[in-house]
Design a protein around this ligand. Structure first.
Ligand code: 13P
Length: 252
């Protein structure tokens, strides 16, 4: 079955409001002709409404990079799913490796965030990925399998319908090292196998699995032409609008 490709920009803690506005304007102008895939931008939360405003009425969606699982209350510094919706977001990244390994989020926290996102009608992009030590020890699949299972065990089949998965090997993020298309395809097949054993092959075949980790204009076509790779979650190379359009244009 064919799944629509999706290319997303994760700006992390970068760009100003003015930068988000001008990027969005230039993206609309530049992506109209060549880009066949879906596009989602993940600005820092404070810039999200400004990007959303510029992208209103286009097919380009906006999302937040994280959320908190409660609806409201005394949670200093946190952002709820409802706030993301109000700001114009329809997607949210959950469990990014920087949240896991720099901020210290656990699988349990991530499962709660997934649930909260789905309940609010957001589309979560649920990130999994091993560190280099797991890969070198031959434990990459086991590690990713555990990350997946801890979340999937909390979800129903109808929840999974709403989720996009992103495989982001930690050793490839911001390092310039990219997984080869073969390595990425192998892990995507493994992930799809985990989805299939829990929810059946029909649903697993419909679930999109993106690749992230040093995707750039030079390697995007090789990755995106793979049937198993349903799109890309791009960090550094998404900060420049021309480079991001080049990547999105590489999606068949
Ligand atoms: P880079 O593309 O900078 O490696 O970042 C990938 C990433 O973390 C996207 O979420």
């Amino acid at each position: 079955m064919s799944r629509a490709k999706l290319v997303a920009a994760n700006w992390k803690m970068q760009k100003s409001i003015a930068g988000a506005r001008s990027f969005s304007e230039r993206l609309v102008a530049g992506a109209a002709d060549d880009v066949a895939c879906e596009i989602v931008l993940f600005p820092p939360f404070f810039a999200l409404p400004f990007a959303a405003e510029k992208l209103k009425g286009t097919s380009i969606a906006v999302g937040a990079q994280d959320l908190f699982w409660e609806k409201e209350g005394a949670y200093t510094g946190e952002i709820s799913a409802g706030m993301i919706v109000e700001a114009g977001g329809t997607f949210v990244i959950v469990g990014h490796s920087e949240r896991r390994h720099v901020i210290g989020e656990t699988n349990e926290v991530i499962a709660k965030k997934l649930k909260a996102a789905i309940e609010a009608g957001l589309t979560p992009v649920f990130c999994v990925g091993e560190k280099i030590s797991h890969r070198e020890a031959g434990e990459a699949e086991q590690f990713v399998g555990e990350q997946l299972e801890s979340a999937l065990s909390q979800l129903s089949a109808s929840d999974l319908e709403r989720i996009i998965i992103a495989y982001e090997p930690v050793w490839a993020i911001g390092t310039g090292k990219t997984a080869t298309p073969e390595d990425a395809v192998e892990m995507h097949r493994f992930i799809r196998g985990c989805l299939s054993s829990r929810f059946g092959s029909d649903l697993s075949e419909r679930t999109r699995i993106l690749y992230g980790g040093s995707v750039k204009p030079e390697n995007a076509a090789d990755l995106l032409r793979e049937k198993e790779i349903d799109g890309a979650l791009v960090g550094g190379a998404s900060l420049d609008v021309d480079s991001f359009i080049e990547i999105a244009s590489a999606a068949p």
